[in-house]
Write a protein that binds this ligand. Structure first.
Ligand code: HEM
Length: 283
């Protein structure tokens, strides 16, 4: 299946086209966030921090008053671009991952059951906190395998080399776009035996994640939202299963027989999304 995904696109052309398409979309979204920022500035009250925008404004004003280093970068354009970054980087990825998680819970009913048993034993009806994460091995393993098996961000953010360099012995010229192919890493048999099987068991009792596990990227520009995302996914899965305790979820008949878990192959190679599915709550 990884081969199918790779073959279905002329990789470099698609990345290039998408980068330029995304740039146009970002410019439009920046207009939108700049307006939001303006409204916040016009109604700003330093004794009241309403949200993220207010925090930015507070930081900007402090930097200006105290002439802090880097103040020149806190322009309206940069601040609104940062808001766009958070929307795209944080929301689309988390939303896509949640779509896969629901599908896997319904598709792999044995794992749904294992998760329910663990949640019952460790928490009962109590709402989970972050401190419960290390106690819940099945939930953690299920989340990790879901992120490996259908990683929401199949390629990392495109990067540009500033100098001639080498990567693993390959010469790369200055001003070359370099893209990390996370999906191929996630499906590589060398690191993940039986990589096309969904098997959370491969993560059970592993305290250190294998180096080939990179759904949040790697290196200095690794996802800044990783721990937030993992906490959100954990709380989501646990609470969802607690609230549906008496109503196990299943795929509807049509999708139970038809769904192959193949991702949607479309123009947007930045996100790996599932094809349509329907779930029902059993009585
Ligand atoms: C399941 C959820 C998420 C996944 C799979 C994910 C994945 C990624 C990946 C693969 C990258 C690129 C890293 C690289 O190029 O090496 C990235 C970057 C980033 N992510 Fe996430 N992310 C998630 C959630 C979040 C959340 C919740 C936030 C913020 C609230 C966030 C904020 C960012 C930002 C700002 C960057 C750019 C970092 C940089 O370029 O320095 N992400 N993410």
């Amino acid at each position: 299946m990884s081969i199918k995904y790779s073959k279905s696109m002329d990789f470099t052309h698609k990345v290039n086209a998408l980068v330029s398409d995304l740039t146009t979309q970002l410019i439009a979204k920046e207009d939108y966030t700049q307006n939001i920022l303006k409204i916040h500035e016009n109604t700003y009250d330093e004794s009241l921090c309403r949200d993220f925008c207010d925090m930015f404004i507070a930081a900007k004003r402090k930097a200006e008053t105290e002439c802090l280093p880097g103040v020149q970068w806190l322009t309206d354009v940069n601040v609104s671009a940062t808001l766009v970054d958070l929307f795209i980087a944080g929301i689309e990825t988390s939303f896509t991952t949640i779509q896969w998680l629901l599908l896997f819970m319904a598709y792999f009913e044995d794992w749904q059951q294992k998760l329910r048993v663990e949640i019952d034993e460790v928490l009962g009806d109590r709402v989970a906190t972050m401190q419960d994460r290390p106690l819940m091995h099945c939930v953690q393993a299920f989340l990790a395998e879901s992120l490996r098996y259908r990683t929401a961000a199949p390629i990392g953010s495109p990067r540009n080399t500033l100098l001639d360099t080498t990567i693993a012995g390959h010469p790369i010229a200055s001003q070359t776009m370099v893209v990390q192919h996370t999906y191929n890493m996630s499906m590589n048999e060398k690191y993940w035996p039986r990589s096309s099987d969904f098997d959370p068991g491969r993560f059970l009792d592993k305290h250190v994640r294998p180096p080939a596990f990179i759904p949040f990227g790697t290196g200095r520009r690794v996802c800044i939202g990783e721990s937030l995302a993992l906490n959100i996914m954990f709380i989501f899965v646990v609470r969802f299963l607690q609230l549906t305790r008496d109503h196990p979820i299943r795929l509807t008949h049509k999708y139970r027989t038809d769904h192959t878990l193949e991702p949607l192959v479309n123009q947007n190679i930045f996100f790996l999304v599932p094809t349509d599915y329907e779930i029902v709550f059993e009585k």
